[in-house]
Design a protein. Structure first.
Length: 283
């Protein structure tokens, strides 16, 4: 894998600030509503994510952010409205896609709570993310056919490249159990990259990280976009990270749309300030 230099916000600015009209929508939410009994967790929400963007979805606790992610990835199918993904085959109404097939359409995600297998090595955990890329079937792998062995070698090589990109290739043979939290976060990100996604959804990627690890995450998110030519949609409570890394930010409260724009615009928005801090305070 070619060496990657650190990417800063200044480096990314020219590409990141292209007018939306010059790019193609990759994800569109139109009047999405999700209720649980009498609770309306998402309320008529609409916004668009364009190819190559890093977009932050922010809001106070209980604003409905993770519910939005679960609707996009089809963990929840009971929502009203439309969620459309545009991939290489054209626009797709995601409601028609089984949750087990969403990754095949180019969407991968991380979770607030890490979902790794502690008794597997780091490399084997990363290989789990490549399951949609295997062309040989289960029987071929059980019989260890030449084609299956060649494909496994190819996927292990790709896993090592991804781990090298994240700076943890030297740990690939170690068990996940007992690894520092910052390493586990990178393993989960590596697993999403194995699926060659067009859209990566990051659910609180900085949660549990120290200040140094969070600062490094800024550069890493830029590098992921540039190296893998992907789009990133993230939820994050660390406002410094959101304002540093995102091209645009969508703010919601009680499941409703508040505002969407550049980080600077969102910081100055009175409705966003009120949702976070009250009427007479500032972000």
């Amino acid at each position: 894998m070619s060496e990657l230099r650190p990417v800063s916000a200044e480096d990314a600015t020219p590409a990141a600030t292209q007018g939306a009209r010059d790019r193609r929508p990759i994800l569109e939410l139109e009047n999405v509503t999700m209720t649980f009994g009498g609770l309306r967790a998402v309320d008529g929400l609409s916004f668009t994510v364009f190819e190559g963007e890093i977009v932050g979805l922010i809001g106070p606790n209980g604003a409905g952010k993770t519910t939005v992610f679960n609707c996009v990835t089809q963990f929840y199918k009971q929502y009203k409205g439309l969620i459309r993904l545009t991939n290489g085959d054209g626009p797709v109404d995601l409601r028609s896609v089984p949750v087990t097939q969403v990754v095949r359409h180019g969407i991968t995600r991380t979770f607030q709570n890490l979902d790794l297998v502690p008794d597997l090595s780091i490399e084997d955990n990363v290989l789990v993310g490549a399951h949609t890329r295997f062309r040989t079937g289960v029987i071929s792998h059980l019989l260890r056919t030449p084609r299956a062995r060649n494909e496994e070698t190819e996927m292990r090589h790709r896993a090592e490249e991804v781990l090298d990109f994240l700076g943890i290739a030297h740990l690939k043979d170690l068990y996940v159990a007992g690894q520092p939290y910052g390493i586990l976060k990178k393993v989960e990100i590596a697993r999403t990259l194995m699926a060659e996604p067009r859209l990566i959804i990051l659910d609180e990627p900085a949660a549990g990280l120290n200040d140094q690890e969070t600062k490094a995450l800024d550069a890493l998110i830029y590098q992921i976009r540039e190296r893998f030519r992907t789009t990133v949609l993230l939820i994050e409570h660390n406002m410094a990270l959101v304002m540093n890394v995102c091209d645009r930010v969508c703010a919601i409260n009680f499941g409703k749309f508040l505002a969407m724009g550049t980080p600077a615009t969102i910081q100055r928005n009175p409705q966003v300030q009120e949702a976070y801090l009250g009427k007479d305070e500032h972000l």
